[in-house]
Design a binder for this molecule. Structure first.
Ligand SMILES: *Cc1c(COP(=O)(O)O)cnc(C)c1O
Length: 399
């Protein structure tokens, strides 16, 4: 894998205006210092432990496994991390990088549903940086509680009223801000996406998920898993889990995208099922676009998976066949959401429910001594109201 120049095979790179190049160069330099800096790593790891609550447990889902009648299913409990999802690992790492090694006094971020915004605002509060979060006005309307949360944490939410008024427009504005204020400001990108070095930087901070899971399973079972399953939005929780196992060739890996209302309807975010190679927001990857190269509208019941492109390393892992990519549609995710809640007392994030849905499909076909690890990327508290709305008064799931 040629990652030196920021490429994963064909994919990745740095497709940004010249004005951003110095900032990306600086970030790359600092990142390479940070990863070898004992003081920095010690401080990061100590915060992961005492502030985030790591290591997150690897939990054997006994009732779910018995119900499905096949493989043993373990859940990596990122839902138990502070702020309720894996995003804090990266947000905290980058906040620390910005304040300790880059000496910036402000961080900015984009957010869709608000999860990454909340994680970044949390990191900013912890290390004492000022924080502005770009968010589309459509998302602000849908996620008012997260806007309030960010305000409580001392961040300012800047409304973006252009384009579709959602995540991709918020990213455009954040990049614009960064270009203007790069001397004082670090841009905390939320997933393994965008121009080099972000895909490597975010993977670095999320790789703790896979390192822990590997050690925990070896302790409990004395062997490696047969299959890893994770949902893929931008791709950070999945890369976080997968990265520790990429060289273990007997470990299969499955990334689950959002099938929305079905690939044939066009209302989905399954980049690998319906997309093609293209450049979008700073890197070359798979993109959902029309013949003229315009980005298509996407749909998913889970906001965190609802994005038109995907991290470039995933594009590479798909082409090489190392990871298999599939999708779960809205209905399957909602069924998994309810089943896990009922059988295990764990309400998963709707994003994570896509990964659970894949486990529901494959576990029954596997032998009872085989092992699956599902990355439970986040908790479902944020989604309960939306699920109640979808299910409606008669209690039957409607989409
Ligand atoms: C944001 C989010 C995702 C999707 O992002 P990735 O970068 O693909 O991990 C998945 N699960 C949860 C709970 C999220 O908040």
């Amino acid at each position: 894998m040629s990652i030196k120049k920021g490429y994963f095979g064909l994919y990745g790179g740095r497709f940004v205006p010249e004005t951003l190049m110095p900032a990306l160069e600086e970030l790359d330099k600092v990142f390479n210092i940070a990863r070898k800096d004992k003081n920095f790593i010690n401080e990061f790891e100590s915060l992961l432990k005492d502030y985030v609550g790591r290591p997150t447990p690897l939990y054997f889902a006994k009732r779910l496994s018995e119900h499905l009648g096949g493989a043993k299913i373990y859940l990596k409990r990122e839902d138990l991390a502070h702020t309720g999802a894996h995003k804090i690992n990266n947000a905290l790492g980058q906040a620390l990088l910005a304040s300790k090694l880059m000496k910036k006094d402000r961080i900015i971020a984009e957010t869709g549903a608000g999860q990454h915004g909340v994680a970044t605002a949390t990191g900013a509060a912890l290390v004492g940086l000022s924080c502005d979060i770009y968010m589309g006005t459509e998302d602000i309307r849908r996620q008012s509680l997260n806007v309030f949360r960010m305000n409580l944490l001392g961040a300012r939410v800047i409304p973006v009223d252009t384009g579709s008024r959602t995540l991709k427009d918020a990213i455009n504005e954040a990049l614009r801000d960064w270009t203007t204020n790069v001397r004082t400001t670090h841009y905390v990108l939320g997933t393994v996406f965008g121009p080099h070095p972000y895909p490597l930087l975010v993977r670095f901070f999320q790789s703790v998920i896979g390192k822990e899971a590997k050690k925990q399973l070896l302790n409990k079972e004395g062997r490696l898993p047969d299959v890893l399953i994770a949902c893929v939005g931008g791709g950070s929780n999945s890369i976080g889990l997968f990265s520790a196992f990429l060289h273990d060739k007997d470990v299969k890996m499955i990334g689950v995208e959002a099938g929305g209302k079905g690939i044939e309807t066009g209302l989905h975010a399954a980049r690998f099922a319906g997309g093609a190679k293209g450049i979008f927001q700073g890197c070359l990857s798979y993109v959902l676009e029309n013949e003229d190269g315009n980005i298509l509208q996407t749909h998913s019941v889970s906001a965190g998976l609802d994005y038109a492109s995907v991290g470039p390393e995933h594009a590479y892992l798909k082409d090489t066949g190392r990871v298999k990519y599939t999708y779960a549609n809205d209905e399957e995710a909602l069924e998994a959401f309810e089943l896990l809640s009922r059988l295990e007392g764990i309400i998963p994030a709707l994003e994570s429910a896509h990964a659970v849905a894949e486990a529901i499909k494959i576990a029954p076909k596997m032998s009872k001594d085989s092992i699956i690890i599902v990355n439970l990327s986040g908790r479902g508290d944020k989604d309960v109201q939306e699920v109640a709305r979808i299910k409606g008064g008669d209690g039957k799931t409607k989409i």
